[in-house]
Design a protein around this ligand. Structure first.
Ligand SMILES: [Zn+2]
Ligand SMILES: [Zn+2]
Length: 370
């Protein structure tokens, strides 16, 4: 069975520093909400959720299991090298036993590797990535910009340096493995009788457990902190672009490296313009007299401010004027064009006086009307 990394806190919807009371309340609420009997239409999903909630509560409601989970990211069997293995046939069992013995015990015996150090490394793992959405204006895309953000992340606990152990409290021998860091298992399989050893899950193979958990982080080795950071937005980002800031995520577990901060850039819609690649389209409606006689109109620019555009006399409806280099930059920083689409408004109601002037004009040009 594949062991997936589950975030029990996320499942219960509580923060990592939640009290036991908060955890109990969240559990009671969720368990009611996701009871399979209440979801006859999607019973399968509800059953799955229900099981996850039970599992999360079982771990987080038990201070010892919770501390273990906070330190290693899981509780119970063996760590990630067990992933993807299935316990099926005799033969598979045999291979696995053989691998266990070969990879670990014999390896250590022959090469004299210090087992405790090795195990510690296997347990440490990288902190989670953090996703953060940022909104930018069209104007930010012209020259790029810098946006200050503030978010919460786990940092390595300064009191214990990430070990989760109260400084100077010392260690005691692990009661589960008796201080050896290994748990012996005897197994009978098709090919014979095996004695295999696995790493103790209580102490992570170190044979020691802290006498006292760190008073600041409660043994997790990490503390929640609010951090500020300035995000540099490059000029040509598209909506949905992900910027990765290495090390900007949560602190690792047990000495593992920090995760990354992933900034997702969302482009705020600007209803003045339509985007077409690196070109921008802008619609403007002028009066029929302006189209006939010519005029000057004010056009907004994506970077802010405006420019004046001359509409010559006799401009036809649907004419497109090109403002070169006033569009959006491409990946080389070359800007596209701003295309101004001119619509002409024909008045629906004329005043008596206006009608008279136009009728005289029509007569003069010999244009038949009515
Ligand atoms: Zn600490
Ligand atoms: Zn142990």
């Amino acid at each position: 069975m594949r062991r997936e990394k589950k975030d029990y806190y996320e499942i219960l919807g509580v923060p990592r520093n939640a009290t036991q009371e908060e955890i109990r309340r969240a559990y009671k609420k969720l368990v009611k909400e996701w009871h399979p009997d209440r979801h006859p239409e999607n019973r399968k999903e509800a059953e799955q959720r229900f099981k996850e909630i039970q599992e999360a509560y079982e771990i987080l409601s038990d201070p010892q299991k919770r501390a273990m989970y906070d330190r290693f990211g899981y509780v119970g069997e063996q760590p990630s090298y067990q992933e993807g293995r299935t316990s099926g046939s005799f033969f598979e069992d045999f291979l696995r036993d053989f691998e266990d013995i070969f990879n670990r015990d014999i390896f250590e015996v022959f090469f004299g590797e210090e087992p405790h150090r090795r195990e510690r490394k296997e347990y440490s793992h990288r902190g989670e990535d953090i996703k953060y959405e940022i909104e930018v204006n069209l104007s930010d895309l012209i020259n790029g910009t810098e946006i200050p953000i503030e978010y919460e992340r786990y940092e390595t606990c300064p009191r214990c340096g990430g070990t989760g152990v109260e400084p100077d409290s010392g260690y005691i021998n692990c009661p589960k493995c008796g201080g050896t860091g290994r748990i012996r298992e005897e197994k009978r399989s098709f090919f014979g009788y095996f004695v295999s050893e696995r790493t103790c899950d209580e102490c992570g193979g170190t044979g020691k457990i802290p006498r006292e958990l760190c008073h600041e982080c409660g043994g997790s080795g990490r503390v929640l902190r609010r951090v500020r950071r300035t995000i540099k937005i490059p000029p040509n980002v598209e909506d949905g672009t992900q910027l990765r800031i290495p090390g900007g995520g949560n602190a690792g577990y047990y000495g593992g490296p920090y995760g990354d901060l992933i900034v997702i850039v969302r482009l705020k819609p600007d209803n003045r313009f339509r985007k077409s690649g690196k070109n921008l389209l802008y619609d403007i409606t002028i009066d029929y007299l302006q189209a006939i006689l010519g005029t000057t109109v004010e056009i907004p620019l994506p970077e802010g401010g405006t420019t004046m555009l001359k509409i010559p006399a006799g401009t036809q409806p649907g004419t497109v004027f090109k403002l070169k280099g006033k569009g959006l930059p491409d990946e080389y920083g070359r800007r596209g064009d701003l295309l101004v689409n001119v619509q002409v408004e024909i008045p629906k109601n004329l005043s008596r006086e206006e009608r008279k002037v136009l009728e005289d004009l029509a007569k003069k040009r010999g244009i038949p009307i009515t």
